[in-house]
Design a protein around this ligand. Sequence first.
Ligand SMILES: Nc1ncnc2c1ncn2[C@@H]1O[C@H](COP(=O)(O)OP(=O)(O)O)[C@@H](O)[C@H]1O
Ligand SMILES: [Mg+2]
Length: 237
Amino acid sequence: MADPILSLDKVVAGYGDTTVLHGVSFDVPEGQRLAIIGRNGVGKTTLLSTIMGLTQMHSGQVTMRGHVIDKVAPHRRAGTGLGLVPQTRDIFPSLSVEENLLSGMRGDATLEEAYTLFPRLKDRRRNGGGQLSGGEQQMLAIARTLMGRPDVLMLDEPLEGLAPVICDMLMETFETLAADRRHTLLLVEQHTELALNFADRVIILDAGEIVHDANAETLRADPSIVDRHVGVGLTGA
Ligand SMILES: Nc1ncnc2c1ncn2[C@@H]1O[C@H](COP(=O)(O)OP(=O)(O)O)[C@@H](O)[C@H]1O
Ligand SMILES: [Mg+2]
């Protein structure tokens, strides 16, 4: 087996004195499509935030391509190959679409790439971020993160609150990004069926711990496992 691109080892983390993650360990091989699911409040966002260095890590280790990054400041973690599209879809509402994209740009990334992936953003490039629809804001948040040239792209509930037609379009985009294993994708999603159809592997979190870690096929074949831990069944999509 090749070395993992991202590794968490017994990560204990939270906010101030509050511990949310109670010893989370997993390795992500390069190019994997990993879905992370679980009920509200179990620590999915905290997990992605911790990988980006945005929480207090009490113990454990996060490793990217063999380098421990625990001491790397959050704003420098993009430089290690990590990119996060937060659940809050952080964009600058008063900047234009184009300015938003330029603000995330690193290395040899180009606006044209963003516009090829999301032609809609090209039509809207002179509009303010705050003038966009929810779906367009999510496209912009994703495109802006991609301008940072991440190897590992983390998406925190990217479909939340969006119309089914936009959800389908975004899932196709994630397929494109994952094709040829160009990106490693960590997808946190409440639309369990869409997440399971997309993923190679699924981690189920409950109360800050991994309660299930299996290939997606196993869970697709036995939805009762998901029902037991997530309790929404496969009707969430
Ligand atoms: N900024 C914060 N400060 C303190 N507690 C937080 C903060 N953000 C989240 N929490 C708490 O951490 C726990 C996990 O939250 P979160 O990671 O957002 O869960 P999920 O993304 O799975 O819904 C919850 O109990 C939540 O109340
Ligand atoms: Mg969350």
